[in-house]
Every structure is written in structure tokens, then in C-alpha cells.
Design a protein around this ligand. Structure first.
Ligand code: HEM
Length: 358
């Protein structure tokens, strides 16, 4: 390397361009001198906080740029910046782990010198709280402009690929902020306890409440909507034609054909009723199903006996046991002893006494 290349050319007084560019003299003078530290662990405490502030500044800066890009429909560029910002946000989250290694008594020595200093005034974190809602506004404006709902954005994600990617980056950001708050809450609980107040008089409990805050509720809620839709579709498929056909084969067995028409019909109703409801809505159908079962019980108790009934019931429950109908099965277990031929029980009758209109 020539002497020329070693000579700093950037403005400043530091010995090298590296130090001049990064202003390491100033940066490294921002921590207390060793003799000023209240406790040797204070160096870690300060370095972690300062590093976190720098990183949060970087995150907020890129998110501000992404905000403009989303408004300008430059989604690819926005996604790139947002994914970088989210990657940067990983680090302040991880840095919290380092402070977990300070013991409570030692922290209290450091804490005594913090005055009313509190993370509530963290410029970096406040910048995130400022950009979050604005990112939401510009994004949901774009969804409206595309004349689609959030659910459609997810259903037609290939068609709206770029906007969908923006949505996923927003979700990542929301998750990161929640992770930060969660780990920070745990840090506070570990070091000063969950039932005390902080240096600004804020109960640590408030941190727990804040940890539940999210920026983009609609992006989380749409997952519920999608699952509900898929479940509804699946229930139609699973408990619709396919299954009732196999059911029907069973129901149409010779022995069932021998049953009195009224009972046979009721049995069909009962099994179809359970089958069509599928794995969901168990509590919602329990009462109605129970009533129908009572009606079945009544008919069954009118003197019919024979192995085909138990077989039919067992078959039905074998088919649907996986649907978590355990409690339902327990509720109607009384039907089985009637199926065994113990009919006309006063207990069974009184349980079914109030059933009407089925
Ligand atoms: C020993 C470590 C720490 C403890 C015991 C602690 C404790 C607390 C407490 C008790 C609060 C509630 C407000 C108050 O002070 O009255 C708070 C808020 C906060 N602290 Fe810390 N903190 C620690 C480290 C950090 C670090 C490294 C950061 C990084 C920037 C940070 C950022 C924040 C933020 C952003 C808030 C506001 C939280 C919110 O809006 O949900 N804290 N902290």
C-alpha cells in the first residue's frame, strides 16, 4: 500500500479515514469512562442501549422510505427495504438477551443513576410507533384502490403478488415489534419484577398490556376469516356427498330396511345431522343434536330391539369420533342402554320430556 493510500483524505482530525467516516472518536466517547461507572456491568447496559437506539434508527429510516414507495406503487423496492428493516430489527430484540445476564442486585446499582430515564422516551422505539400506523394507512389505501378486500388479497395472492408481499412484510414488522415488547417485558420481569413500577413511575404491568398491541389488525384477522372459509368448505366436502354415500350403504343394509319406517327415518336424520355439522360448531349443535337423539331414544324405546341399532350408532360415532365429539358422546351415552333393550326408562323419558318440534 502506498503512503498516499494511508493518508486520510476525509475531513476531520482522526488518524484514519475509517475513524473519520464513522466518527469513532465521538461514538466511543459516548459511554461513561471506566472510573465513572456505577458498576462494571454498566458498560454493557449502556452499550446495549446505545446500539439498540442506532439500530432502531436504521429500521425507522428504511421504513419511512418504504412508506413513500408503497404510496408510489413501487412495491418491489418497498418489500426489499422492509425485509431489510425487519432483519435489522432482529438485533435490538437479541440484544435484550444480553441484559438478562445482569443480576437484579447489580442492576439496582446501575438503576440508581438513571434518574427518570425510561425506554418510554426511546427515540428509536417512538419512531417505530410513529411509522407503524402510517404504513397501515398507505397499505390499506392501496388495497381499497385495487377494489379488493384483504381476504381477496390473500385468496388471489398470485394475481396481487407484490401487494401481498407488502402485506407479509407488514405482518413481519408487527410480529417483530411484538417480539421486542415480549422479550423486553420478560427482561423487566426478570430484573426488577413484574409487580413494581419503572423509573418513570409506569407499572411493569403496563408493558404486558402494551405487548398485546398490534398495528395491522386486519392482517391478523384475515387469517381467522380464511380458516373459517376453508373449514366451511372442507366440512361440506367431508360430510357432504362422499360420506353420506358410504353412510347410505350402511343405512341401506338389510337389517335397517327391516326397521319400522318412522325409526329408520329418524335414524337417518340423526346421523346426517351429526355428519353435516362436521368437526366444528360442536357446542352450537350439541343441544339440537341432543334433542334429536332424545327423539331417537323415544322411538327406540318404543319396544324395538336388535343388534342393527347398536351397529348403526357405533358406525356413526366411529366416523365422527375424530371430530372431538367426546362430550357429545358422553351426553347421549344414555341411548346405548336403551339400544341394549332397556326401553321405556323413566329417567330417559324425563330427560326427553321437554323435547318438542323435532
Ligand atoms: C435492564 C434492562 C431494562 C429494564 C429493567 C427495563 C425496564 C423498563 C420499564 C420498567 C419500562 C416501563 C417504563 C418505565 O420505565 O417506567 C420500560 C419501558 C421501555 N423500555 Fe426498557 N428496560 C430495560 C432495557 C431496555 C432496552 C435495552 C431497551 C432498548 C431500547 C428498552 C426499551 C424500552 C422501551 C421502548 C420502553 C417502552 C415500552 C413500550 O412502549 O412498550 N428497555 N423499560
Amino acid at each position: 500500500m502506498s503512503t498516499d493510500m494511508r493518508t486520510p483524505i476525509l475531513p476531520g482530525t482522526a488518524a484514519s479515514d475509517y475513524e473519520r467516516y464513522l466518527r469513532t472518536d465521538e461514538l466511543l466517547a459516548l459511554q461513561k469512562a471506566t472510573e465513572q461507572l456505577s458498576h462494571p456491568d454498566e458498560m454493557t447496559f449502556q452499550v446495549v442501549h446505545q446500539a439498540s437506539e442506532l439500530l432502531l434508527k436504521g429500521v425507522a429510516f428504511d421504513l419511512e422510505r418504504a412508506h413513500v414507495m408503497i404510496g408510489d406503487t413501487e412495491d418491489d423496492r418497498a418489500v426489499r427495504l422492509m425485509s431489510r428493516a425487519n432483519a435489522m430489527l432482529d438485533h435490538p430484540i437479541q440484544l435484550l438477551r444480553i441484559l438478562e445476564k445482569i443480576t437484579p442486585y447489580e442492576y439496582h446499582i446501575i438503576r440508581a443513576g438513571l434518574g427518570h430515564g425510561s425506554g418510554l422516551d426511546s427515540p428509536g422505539f417512538l419512531a417505530l410507533l410513529h411509522i407503524g400506523p402510517r404504513l397501515g394507512e398507505v397499505f390499506f389505501d392501496r388495497v381499497s384502490a385495487a377494489k379488493i378486500s384483504v381476504e381477496e388479497l390473500y385468496r388471489r395472492h398470485q394475481e396481487f403478488f407484490r401487494l401481498h408481499e407488502v402485506a407479509e412484510q407488514l405482518l413481519d414488522f408487527d410480529e417483530h415489534v411484538q417480539l421486542f415488547r415480549f422479550l423486553h417485558l420478560k427482561l423487566a420481569q426478570r430484573i426488577i419484577g413484574g409487580g413494581v413500577t419503572g423509573t418513570m413511575g409506569t407499572p411493569v404491568e403496563i408493558l404486558r398490556q402494551r405487548q398485546e398491541h398490534i398495528f395491522f389488525k386486519a392482517l391478523w384477522d384475515v387469517r381467522n376469516e380464511i380458516t373459517a372459509k376453508v373449514d366451511a368448505e372442507r366440512n361440506k366436502e367431508v360430510t357432504g356427498h362422499g360420506e353420506s354415500e358410504s353412510d347410505r350403504k350402511y343405512v341401506n343394509s338389510r337389517s335397517l330396511d327391516e326397521a319400522p319406517a318412522e325409526l329408520s327415518e329418524e335414524l337417518h336424520h340423526l346421523t346426517d345431522f351429526i355428519a353435516k355439522r362436521g368437526p366444528r360448531n360442536v357446542s352450537a349443535i350439541r343441544l339440537a343434536t341432543g334433542q334429536r337423539f332424545c327423539e331417537f331414544q323415544r322411538l327406540l324405546g318404543s319396544g324395538l330391539a336388535g343388534h342393527w341399532r347398536r351397529e348403526r350408532i357405533d358406525h356413526s360415532f366411529d366416523q365422527h369420533r375424530s371430530f372431538s365429539l367426546q362430550s357429545f358422546v358422553e351426553q347421549v351415552a344414555g341411548a346405548f342402554w336403551i339400544a341394549d333393550g332397556v326401553s321405556g326408562s323413566p329417567a330417559g323419558a324425563s330427560k326427553c320430556g321437554k323435547v318438542d318440534g323435532i
